[in-house]
Structures are given as C-alpha cells and as structure tokens.
Design a binder for this molecule. Structure first.
Ligand SMILES: [Fe+2]
Length: 385
C-alpha cells in the first residue's frame, strides 16, 4: 500500500524557469553558489584559491565532511592550462585528481576548436560516445560524430523554434539529470564547450552535489536506499519535459534508446564517497509501482538540489568549457526561450571505464526486485527542505 497519493507526484516542480542568479561582483568567477556561511566546523583547510603545480584552483562550494573536521568541496574554476597545444600528461593527471574531488571543473577562454576539444576528451578516457543524431558530416552542423550539438541552432543557422521537435526534446535537458544514465554502458564525463559570442541576457548551467546530499541524508533513509536499483529511460525525461510531443517515443527512437538499470547508491570515484546516481531519466525503482517510484525519485532530486548543494555557472565567453563527472553530480540547463539568441555549445561525452560502468546484471535486477518487494516502501517522514 502506498504511503503517497499518486496525484501528488504531478505537483512536484519539474519544470524550471530560466534561472539567472545575477551577476555579483564579489563572485569573480561569475558563479553563484550557496550564500550561507561556510558550514565547515573545523579550520578551513584551503584558501580561496591555491596552486596545484602550474594550475590555479578556485573552489566554489564547501561543506563539512562526515566527521565535521574538514571540508569537502564541489566545483572549481581552474586556470593555468595551456590550451594552445596538446595538454601534457602531467597536467592531465593533475586535472583528473581535481575532477575526482570537485566533480565539476570550469575553464575560461580555452580557445579550443572541435578537433582539440575531442583530442583533450580522448585524454580522459578510452572511448567517446558517438552522437546518435549524426548522419554524416554533410548533414551535421558541427561535422564531428564525437560532438553533440546541444545548441539552439539549426543546420541552416536559424534559431530553434518553439514548435519543433528539437525544441521539445531540449525541454528535458532543463530538468535535473545526469548525461547518459539511460545507457546500460553509461558515460562518466561530459565536456561542454561554448563557441561564438555569449547569449544576450546571459546563459547559465546549474550543478548539484549528489555526494554531499547523500552524506546529509538521515541514516535510516540511507539504509533503505542502499540496495535499490533504478530503471533509467531517456523517453521518460523527454515526456516529463514535453508531455504532448513525447507522450510516446517514435519506434526508431525507442529502439535506439531502451531503458537501462543502475544502482541508486553508488561509490563516487576518487575519494570513494557514497553518492546518489539519479536523474530526470529515472523512471522506476525496480520492484515498486510507477507512482511510488516517481515520488521517491523526485523527493531525492529535490533533496539533492537544495540551494546549499547547488551552484550556477555563467557562460561568459566563447571558449568557456565545463567538465563534469556524471557519476557524482547532477546538472540542468536553462530552458530555451523565444527571445534567446544563438547559444552554440557542443558536448563531448566520455564512456565510463569504472567498476559500475555497465550498471547491474539481470541477476542483480531480479534480486533487487525481490528485496524491494520484501522491504516495501521507504517511509521517509522527515521534512525535505
Ligand atoms: Fe545534460
């Protein structure tokens, strides 16, 4: 028996406005994070900016660790990479260390072009995702199968219009998500690079720290989440973003993107902190009804996206790039607007090579279903925010 009313799930705030936190001159990064005072109870263990080899690192958010004795961090701007040539393996190793800890790295005015964007991405993992909407160089605005065109620009240079399928497809990207969680062989990193001039009126991408959010959950909730398995489905998030246009995917769309299954609670890379692997793509908790699944999934998404876990990055110049780890963060874009000027952003996506890259097996899914049915619904009575 459900402890939730199914109708309630539709009242959750799944559609977000075009959020522009506003320019604050005290935030030299043009990043907006929690405005609370630092929550770290111990002595701050890092200055505002610090050097790491040839790099200068400026963290964005910090919180108390589980012990409360040191800080944990989320997001950092990194200066000092020489993008004019191939990035040295020493610097790549330093950047990977930073990535494992901060989960989101921001670089300004890189000057990268398509080929160097792809070349740097290849230094971060064995394989890149191939853009499934690539139908040959002559039919693609960008012309590289390893780059996803996540701009609002059509092949002829015009701006995507509200009545187009592409516009409606983009609405799902304005929901909190992780890239490619709907793939059984998931991806680990996304590298989004801007080209051209900034969008008039500003453009922001928002990031949420799923590690810290997990850490702060009540223990009895953590215990009940531990063994849950989640079905992720791209067409579920498209339908949430645009219920009419994506009520049902087209047959070839469904065939191209079947559902995938991943553990809800996972171990993040690097420091090995636990994290929630969750997204708007998350459709079902294996063993639960759709309504009960959505209730928990969206309660968790709301939990992870409280302001204290979120910062927003403004795209300031062509060449700005953000590199995030989908295994330990969520993100969302601002939705398109009819007054929006060209926003030319292109994404390389690097396939996961870690221990959870392929999600769960059929046997693990069956076991999780059995256990979820035995345990029943999670009763989480604590106030969410
Ligand atoms: Fe995304």
């Amino acid at each position: 028996m459900s402890v939730f009313e199914a109708s309630h799930i539709y009242s959750l705030p799944r559609v977000y406005v075009n959020t522009c936190p506003g320019a604050d001159t005290s935030l030299v990064l043009r990043l907006k994070g929690s405005e609370e005072k630092p929550r770290c109870e111990g002595k701050p263990d890092r200055p505002k900016s610090f050097r790491k080899g040839s790099l200068t690192v400026t963290p964005v958010l910090h919180h108390s660790s589980a012990s409360g004795k040191r800080c944990t961090y989320f997001g950092a701007q990194v200066n000092g990479v020489d993008w004019s040539q191939a990035v040295s393996e020493d610097v790549v190793a330093q950047l990977k260390e930073l990535q494992d800890e901060y989960a989101v790295l921001i670089f300004r005015k890189t000057g990268l072009d398509n080929s160097r964007h792809v070349a740097f991405s290849r230094q971060l993992g064995q394989d890149l995702e191939i853009n499934p909407f690539f139908y040959g160089r002559e039919n693609d605005r960008i012309g590289d199968p390893f780059l996803w065109d996540v701009s609002n620009i059509n092949r002829d240079g015009s701006i995507v219009q509200p009545d187009s399928r592409r516009w409606h497809h983009s609405l799902g990207n304005a929901l909190w998500h992780t890239d490619s969680s709907y793939h059984q062989e998931r991806s680990k990193y996304s590298l989004l690079l801007s080209h051209g001039t900034p969008v008039r009126g500003g453009s922001w991408t928002h990031f949420a720290d799923t590690r810290q959010a997990y850490q702060d959950l009540p223990q009895h909730v953590k215990d009940q989440l531990e063994d849950l398995v989640v079905e992720h489905d791209l067409w579920h998030s498209r339908r949430l973003g645009s219920p009419t246009t994506f009520k049902e995917p087209l047959p070839h769309e469904r065939a191209a993107k079947p559902p995938a299954y991943h553990r809800l609670v996972q171990q993040a890379p690097g420091q090995g902190r636990k994290t929630l692997y969750i997204a708007a793509h998350a459709k079902l908790i294996v063993g639960w009804s759709y309504e009960d699944s959505q209730e928990l999934i969206w309660r968790l998404i709301e939990w992870c996206t409280q302001p204290k876990y979120v910062f927003s990055m403004e795209w300031l110049d062509g060449g700005d790039m953000v590199w995030w780890d989908n295994r330990q963060s969520m993100h969302r874009a601002n939705p398109y607007t009819t007054s929006m000027t060209a926003r030319d952003v292109r994404r390389a996506t690097i396939i996961d090579d870690g221990p959870s890259a392929w999600g769960v097996t059929e046997e693990e899914i069956a076991a999780a279903k059995h256990k979820a049915e035995q345990l029943g619904l999670l009763r989480w009575d604590s106030p969410l925010v």
